[in-house]
Design a protein around this ligand. Sequence first.
Ligand SMILES: Nc1ncnc2c1ncn2[C@@H]1O[C@H](COP(=O)(O)OP(=O)(O)OP(=O)(O)O)[C@@H](O)[C@H]1O
Ligand SMILES: [Mg+2]
Length: 272
Amino acid sequence: MVGTAANSATVPDIDPILDVSGVTLQYKTKEHLITATYRVDFKVFQSDRFVLLGPSGCGKSTLLKGVAGFMKPVEGTMKLKGNVISRPGPDRVMVFQEFDQLLPWKTVKQNITFALLNGGKCSSRGEADDIAMEYIRKVKLERFENTYPHMLSGGMKQRVAIARGMAMEPDILLMDEPFAALDALTRRQMQEELLQLWEDTKFTVLFVTHSIEEAVIIGSRILILSPHPGQVKAELNAHHLGHENVGETEFMALQERIHKMIFADRVLEDEA
Ligand SMILES: Nc1ncnc2c1ncn2[C@@H]1O[C@H](COP(=O)(O)OP(=O)(O)OP(=O)(O)O)[C@@H](O)[C@H]1O
Ligand SMILES: [Mg+2]
């Protein structure tokens, strides 16, 4: 593992929420066996904002699919609170990049109450309504509770998806490039809002991006993956850096360091 004392992640001496150990994930098609990740190790602790960062195709989404329980490793284990992950469950909720992850025939509030009632989080509609409204307020959409998704902007739809995910109060929130399809201004606003929500509730999140800047802003810890098949290159600390540090020396130095790590592989790949 690469890293200098300044940024190398220090691992707390407590049990992790998520423990990924030696995980190789593969896709089998008729013609090919595709190894998406190779012997990946990382641990996510309570209230971590843990970022998976790496070039396109390095297996970030595949790792999230593994954690979500949609794929089983061919090698290694993934444990959630000490239990091997074998299937999807409401203790892990995924927020995707696509704007069409909401049910189009349900309103903002119904999208959230539906998840709460069907995911087994709530047994009564009244309780589901109360929790849904609490999270709708957190993402500042109270004026839109009865609106249908097609009448919302991309950023608003992502806020609903985040509110729905958080309302489920999962052990870990899985976010796969949730802001990648947004314009730069909205993306920045959403990053700020996510960090504000984190300040309020200190949820645990596993966040995928291929933007180095976003990784440093959002992440408390950043796992850098090599290109296909994804292997761990380094784990870095960025908990002290946020929007307010963009352009500052330390922020830029970390960005540059990460860039070099990712770029070094590209050069080797091109030569190969
Ligand atoms: N359903 C699938 N069937 C076969 N191969 C797949 C499938 N999904 C992904 N792969 C392959 O697995 C590898 C990792 O893909 P993955 O989607 O996890 O990458 P990623 O890091 O999320 O990339 P991106 O940043 O572009 O989203 C790639 O080589 C990809 O082609
Ligand atoms: Mg992906």
